[in-house]
Design a protein around this ligand. Structure first.
Ligand SMILES: CC(C)(COP(=O)(O)OP(=O)(O)OC[C@H]1O[C@@H](n2cnc3c(N)ncnc32)[C@H](O)[C@@H]1OP(=O)(O)O)[C@@H](O)C(=O)NCCC(=O)NCCS
Length: 192
């Protein structure tokens, strides 16, 4: 199960490549995750709660199944012309057979590359990939879900524009840096 890479323009005139992320990208994805967490927008972690090094981060991705090529995982990244990773997004299907038609989506764009269309590109390509996938027995992903902080209007607008609907609220789910309690939203998209 492989994704065909493509070259696409960004809003600032540069071009980038969107391609499948592999286990070899773990160090770059770890650096990306650190940069996003440091920027303190839209995240639920502190920097000292990240894995201590790239190898531990890589092991975590492997054990989560993010690089399985049997239709379980759909990991994408956007790479700049200089090879730097600008953003990543993935859908990971739930393992239980009764839930295997459900994929959980995660996305992050480097703070220096936000607002250039990277997030929308990732979402569009990822959903297209997921929609077109068929397992050997013809099964496919029928539902994609994600969680998003209620104080993240940029991300919520992006998801809504792609058809995701607000399905539920985890009230007072997280404590923001200023101490305020913030809700978390469950959003879902049916691919039926
Ligand atoms: C949320 C995030 C993924 C969006 O990616 P991005 O590359 O910055 O967004 P894009 O440039 O592709 O813009 C996508 C959409 O976001 C929305 N958006 C962008 N900037 C916005 C702003 N300043 N205010 C409100 N909405 C905005 C718009 O709906 C935009 O739609 P458009 O394509 O019609 O202009 C990215 O900013 C990010 O990773 N943020 C930090 C981590 C995070 O929030 N992750 C999501 C956790 S659920």
């Amino acid at each position: 199960m492989h994704y065909q890479p493509s070259r696409v323009p960004l809003r600032d005139g540069r071009s980038c490549v969107i391609r499948q992320a592999t286990s070899e990208d773990a160090a770059a994805l770890y650096a990306l995750d650190r940069a996003i967490v440091r920027a303190r927008q839209g995240i639920v972690k502190h920097e000292d709660e990240l894995p201590p090094d790239a190898a531990t981060f890589a092991a975590g991705r492997e054990s989560a199944g993010l690089h399985k090529t049997d239709g379980t995982a759909f990991p994408l990244l956007v790479e700049a012309e200089d090879g730097g990773v600008l953003g990543e997004a993935s859908v990971l299907r739930i393992g239980y057979r009764m839930l295997r038609h459900v994929g959980v989506l995660g996305i992050g764009v480097h703070p220096a590359a936000q607002g250039l269309g990277v997030g929308r590109l990732l979402m569009q390509h990822l959903l297209q990939w997921v929609r077109s996938h068929r397992d050997a027995d013809g099964q496919r992903v029928l539902r994609v879900e994600l969680y998003v902080r209620a104080d993240n209007p940029r991300a919520i607008a992006l998801y809504r524009s792609l058809g995701f609907e607000h399905e539920g609220t985890r009230r007072a789910f997280l404590r923001a840096d200023d101490g305020a309690l913030v809700d978390d939203l469950l959003m879902g998209l049916l691919l039926t």
